[in-house]
Design a protein around this ligand. Structure first.
Ligand SMILES: C[S@@+](CC[C@H](N)C(=O)[O-])C[C@H]1O[C@@H](n2cnc3c(N)ncnc32)[C@H](O)[C@@H]1O
Length: 296
């Protein structure tokens, strides 16, 4: 039993609601999808943690029919929406599975991408070993997931509230459901599986401004603390947490800064990549207000 996967299965029917798509996470998903680069040689493509299959359907509709897409998704209800959405693409297959144990043949994947799912793995070491196992020696990848410094504004405001409703042990258990790595930790982890040539890990910060309701819709999903609040205290705790977040309001709205890590593997451009492996790159920062998205 994995509480995160169960939670995703429970909210599957709301996942594609415009409120979610227009939210901060919708913008970050869009940004991540922009990093996905399909090339002519990519004939077998995998999307791990494919959710409701929106990204797969978009990529499949823009690709030749001989490109085979495989979506791997552990949450049953997310998976069935993905199956329905991609049913008219004979070259798309959606299967049950997770990072920790990928239901894919060894050395079978030309291109693997994953958007905002890897932070939910329960075992980082096993998962990168699985990723390395399924990739062809010429395989390429793009993965985005949240990093250690994610959502600092909200954490500062809500942690004192959560401590009133949860014991330190329950807080630690809830927070440890997410694996939020620093850039250095993610670089070291992926290097163990892929080695330096062609591998780069970069980070970026994206500040999203929204209303309390706009943030609340997605935030409650990623904040696993709320899953552990005793039922009798839930309404009271939610009220207090919303009050704490509301105090962050500015003229532009309430800010939430996403710390995004991007793991990229390429077998061309090796010289260029070698430069960015030392983590001394310029950190990208963006601001998103509602639908607006401006580079800082
Ligand atoms: C934020 S959603 C992203 C879905 C999709 N990639 C998108 O861009 O809309 C995270 C997804 O990761 C899945 N997930 C959770 N734990 C996972 C695991 N251990 N391995 C693979 N996927 C996982 C969830 O079920 C959920 O569908």
């Amino acid at each position: 039993m994995n509480p995160v996967i169960e939670a995703y299965s429970r909210i599957a029917s709301e996942y594609d609601h415009p409120r979610n798509i227009e939210s901060c996470w919708g913008s970050i998903t869009q940004h991540s999808l922009g990093l996905v680069t399909l090339r002519d040689g990519h004939k077998t493509v995998a999307d791990i943690g494919c959710g409701t299959g929106r990204d797969l359907a978009r990529l499949a509709s823009a690709s030749p029919p001989d490109v085979r897409f495989i979506g791997v998704e552990p949450a049953a209800n997310m998976r069935s929406i993905a199956v329905g959405r991609t049913a008219h693409f004979p070259n798309v297959r959606i299967i049950d599975g997770r990072f920790e144990r990928l239901p894919l043949e060894s050395q079978s994947i030309d291109y693997l991408y994953s958007i905002l799912a890897f932070h939910w793995t329960t075992d980082l070491g096993k998962s990168v070993a699985e990723l390395a196992r399924v990739m062809k020696p010429t395989g390429e990848l793009d993965m985005t997931f949240i990093g250690r410094h994610n959502g600092r504004e909200f954490i500062r405001k809500t942690t004192p509230v959560f401590f009133k409703y949860l014991t330190p042990a329950t807080m630690i258990k809830a927070v440890s459901l997410r694996k939020q790595m620093t850039l250095e930790a993610a670089t070291a982890l992926f290097r163990t599986a892929f080695g330096p040539p062609g591998l780069s890990v970069t980070e970026s910060y994206h500040t999203c401004y929204d209303t309390l309701e706009g943030h609340w819709g997605w935030w409650v999903r990623i904040e696993s603390q709320l899953l552990d609040i005793p039922e009798a205290k839930k309404a009271e705790c939610e009220h207090a947490v919303r009050g704490a977040i509301a105090t962050l309001a500015t003229d532009k709205g309430i800010p939430y800064t996403v710390h995004l890590l991007h793991v990229r593997l390429r077998h061309e451009e090796l010289t260029e990549r070698a430069v960015s492996q030392d983590c001394t790159h310029a950190v990208e920062r963006t601001e998103m207000v509602g639908f607006g998205h401006k580079e800082l």
